[in-house]
Design a protein around this ligand. Structure first.
Ligand code: ADP
Ligand code: MG
Length: 449
């Protein structure tokens, strides 16, 4: 504990302006204090402001919008009707399901009707549920627009709109759908836009659809994932990658892992191979039916499944606290995806390990990632599995980086971010398991400062 954390008064949920039924539900969820993004966004949202929020994955953004949304529902709407008062748009079905669950969790002491409208769900059921009326609608843009166009969603009562993971929605090509939806929601509604990174495309979206937004940046992609140890293994070829993977999966600190591949086919194949080697492994990608995806996610959540082999889109937003490792079997083409991927571990303030395999051709990908995160990824070697390849940058000794990243690992509030108070806040809100990170035999950085 640093002196800073001792003098800073803790921010409580009670001080955020939330009604008693919501506070009770938060307590029942086991949350003792708001995360930084919640502490900053909730009171402003309750005041009625539009918000443009960037905060790292796993920082508790769902509650940051769901709590003020529920607070709105504490007051009855002036006009009766069946249309939603709250609309949350998310990039994927999995995320929509998680947001819906959060609404049920935080709204458990209120009479709130929540419905998710996502692709892959049979229309008749969806139509029936919409007819029954809904308070909180959680939707993916495509199906939402579909249902709007067929006149099944009355948006006249809409008061609160949330764009969750807006950067992902744009990346996934939902721009036109989003604009078509936003053009039809009442101008008087309040809007919250969430994005891991605030890029020009997000700023454009915000400036056309948000009214005088307050900008809240808590932890962006550019800040360190302090609780996630990042490592890079050079790999000669697929055989080498497979041996590295096998070794990592056998390490004692391995609880559950998500392994990322670049293609759906390879995800299937690798999952099968791992299964053949006796690991409880399964694949998850966009070609799978919703039912199978849900079952896989359930198994992961319950701990029955140890290794999930996934593609980027399928793994978006997965929130499973037992994930100790994220392994990039293939590096992502987009640096932003790296940030999203590693955010699948280190959930709710726990520690996590993110390991990337890099082939000799991946130097530009590594560089893009390091540029985006402004962090160097340390090179790691497993004894007996050293690469034969000439690594793409000349190795430096481990002392070359002043204030080197790993020195601050596991010591939140340390390091060199210049924001120790904020860091303390983030790390302090949830349980840490205190498990020391496994150290690899050799650690050097290939990047001279
Ligand atoms: P994000 O959307 O920022 O990636 P989530 O909203 O999915 O993050 O939250 C990540 C995890 O943290 C979830 O498991 C959630 O239940 C947990 N969480 C959220 N807020 C708190 C809190 N105040 N205290 C403890 N855990 C929390
Ligand atoms: Mg989220």
């Amino acid at each position: 504990m640093t002196a800073v954390s001792e003098v800073v008064l803790p921010i409580t949920f009670e001080s955020l302006g939330l009604a008693a039924p919501i506070l009770e539900a938060i307590k029942a969820a086991g949350y003792t204090e708001p995360t930084p993004v919640q502490a900053r966004a909730v009171p402003e949202a309750i005041k009625g402001r539009d918000l443009l929020v960037s905060s790292q994955t796993g920082s508790g953004k769902t509650a940051a919008f769901m709590l003020p949304a529920l607070q709105k529902l504490m007051v009855q709407h002036e006009t009766p009707g069946r249309g939603p008062r709250i609309l949350v748009l998310t990039p994927t079905r999995e995320l929509a399901v998680q947001v819906t669950k959060a609404a049920d969790t935080y709204g458990r002491n209120m009479r709130v009707k929540t419905l998710s409208v996502v692709g892959g769900m049979p229309y008749p059921l969806q139509n029936r549920m919409l007819k029954n009326g809904v308070d909180i609608l959680v939707a993916t843009p495509g199906r939402m627009l579909d249902q709007m166009n067929s006149g099944r969603i009355d948006l006249s009562r809409l008061q609160f709109l949330v764009l969750d993971e807006a950067d992902r929605m744009l990346d996934m090509g939902f721009k036109d759908d989003l604009e078509a939806i936003l053009a039809k929601v009442p101008k008087t509604r309040q809007t919250m836009l969430f994005s891991a990174t605030i890029e020009p495309s997000i700023v454009r979206l915000a400036s056309s659809f948000l009214h005088d937004p307050l900008r809240i940046a808590v932890d962006t992609a550019q800040t360190r994932h302090v609780n996630i140890e990042q490592r890079l293994h050079f790999a000669d070829d697929m055989g080498h990658k497979n041996r590295l993977l096998e070794s990592i999966l056998g390490q004692p600190d391995m609880l559950q892992a998500i392994v990322f591949t670049s293609t759906k086919r390879h995800a299937d194949q690798l999952a099968q191979d791992l299964h053949g080697k006796g690991h409880s492994a399964a694949a998850m990608h966009g070609d799978m039916h919703q039912g199978a995806r849900n079952r896989t996610l359930q198994a992961l959540r319950r701990g029955g499944l140890k290794v999930l082999v996934a593609t980027d889109v399928a793994a978006r937003g997965i929130d499973v606290q037992g994930i100790s490792h994220v392994i990039n079997y293939d590096l992502p083409m987009q640096a932003e995806d790296y940030v999203h991927r590693i955010g699948r571990t280190g959930r709710a303030g726990r520690n996590g390990i993110a390991i990337s395999f890099a082939s000799s051709r991946d130097s530009h990908l590594v560089r893009d990632i390091e540029r985006l995160t402004t962090q160097k990824i340390e090179v790691s070697v497993i004894e007996g599995l050293e690469p034969k390849m000439r690594t793409f940058s000349k190795p430096a000794t481990r002392n070359t980086r002043p204030g080197g990243g790993k020195s601050s690992y596991g010591k939140p509030g340390g390091g060199n971010s210049g924001a120790p108070g904020r860091r303390e806040g983030f790390s302090g809100y949830a349980k840490r398991d205190g498990r020391p990170a496994a150290r690899s035999p050799a650690r050097t950085s290939p990047y001279p400062k």
